[in-house]
Design a protein around this ligand. Structure first.
Ligand code: ACO
Length: 334
């Protein structure tokens, strides 16, 4: 059954006004992994496109990455005043604590007033696109005029460094976007989806430790890579089509595609299937690995800063990951 929402154009009177990003200093190369597990630079590059990842130091957590990304936003946009924001939305699956939330920690760090909304969303690699969608909704309904959206993940804190099939994939970082009211809508086609049946392919246990018929008290990330890969190839093209239909656009109207940078080989196959030119696809996987919620801002922000993304251009953001969940939208760069 087609819901009414699928045929209605979805837009928000909101725009991205400022961006910031951060990746930790410590670097793990493929050569480092050759010394840690039975793997090779050739296997990693061929199967994933990853060459390096930036990983947190011993005393570095997602909140530190989030603060550094917001500081970077402020450094690049000196006119931004955080005391004018109404809401903080943080996408992260690796918060420092169950609570306080990362968003509340940011409110405290920047000494923001007590009437700032603060919410963390646990939508894995869809965290940045999901955060933008929620910000657009908060602004569209008049609950907020300015929302700070942050994606921050330190997935390497929950990686099993004895499992070669997952440990080579992940890196850490953070991205921040200030989303503000705009008379001219610049966020379109907001869409989200879930397939909880696929959750068993990618999980980390918590209070409940029994999953897939086994006890896993390690609290480390577990992934059935091939199943997730297949799921992405079978489902993400449909989610992209939904976003386009809700934006009233065709794929030809899109200037840049910014999918979750999980794996270069997978994104190349996805681009072929859509079809969309890989040359106009923004990626962060080679330098940063799979940084979960952060992979889209780590691809988007350098492209904005080096002038590849120009005002008026349309970028399709497509997040997908653990849950399994998806979120996407089309932003017009202003
Ligand atoms: N080095 C060398 N060999 C390896 C390594 C490694 N690091 N890892 C696995 N292998 C071996 C396996 O043991 C297997 O060997 P076998 O044939 O002797 O059994 C062989 O390589 C093939 O293993 P596969 O798991 O089939 O490898 P695949 O080509 O599927 O690549 C990968 C694995 C990269 C994980 C891929 O499946 C993938 O990227 N999947 C999607 C991941 C993703 O998109 N996740 C979503 C977001 S993440 C999030 O939400 C947190």
């Amino acid at each position: 059954m087609t819901s009414a929402l699928e045929t209605r154009i979805v837009s928000a009177p909101a725009r991205i006004a400022a961006l910031g990003m951060f990746a930790p200093k410590r670097i793990l190369t493929n050569a480092d992994f050759e010394r840690m597990v039975d793997t090779s630079d050739e296997w990693i590059v061929q199967r994933t496109g990853i060459r390096r990842r930036h990983v947190v130091g011993e005393d570095e957590y997602s909140s530190d990455l989030a603060i550094a990304a917001v500081d970077d936003l402020l450094a690049h946009h000196p006119s931004v005043r955080l005391d004018t924001i109404d809401y903080i939305v943080v996408g992260s699956s690796t918060p420092d604590y169950e609570y306080p939330s990362l968003s509340a920690m940011l409110q405290a760090h920047y000494r923001l007033p007590g009437n700032v909304g603060a919410v963390d969303i646990s939508t894995a690699c869809a965290g940045f696109a999901y955060g933008l969608n929620l910000a657009a909704g908060l602004i569209g309904t008049g609950q907020a005029e300015r929302v700070l959206v942050v994606a921050a993940d330190a997935l390497t804190r929950s990686v099993d460094y004895t499992d070669r099939s997952t440990c080579v994939l992940f890196g850490d970082g953070a991205g921040a976007a200030l989303v503000e009211y705009s008379r001219h809508p610049a966020i379109f086609g907001m869409d989200a989806g879930a397939d909880g049946n696929g959750g068993k392919f990618l999980y980390r246990t918590a209070l409940r430790t029994r999953i897939n018929g086994v006890d896993d008290t390690s609290r480390l990330l577990r992934q059935e890579g091939q199943s997730v890969y297949r799921w992405v190839m079978e489902n993400v093209p449909n989610y992209v089509a939904r976003i386009l239909s809700r934006a009233g656009l065709a794929l030809d109207d899109i200037d840049w595609f910014a999918p979750h940078s999980a794996n270069l080989r997978m994104i190349e196959a996805l681009c072929k299937r859509l079809p969309f030119p890989i040359e106009r696809t923004l990626l962060s996987v080679e330098e940063y690995g799979n940084t979960s919620a952060v992979s889209i801002p780590l691809a988007l922000i350098p492209a904005v800063r080096d002038g590849r993304v120009k005002p008026g251009q349309r970028i399709l953001l497509m997040g997908f990951g653990g849950g399994l969940v998806t979120a996407g939208n089309v932003i017009v760069w202003t």
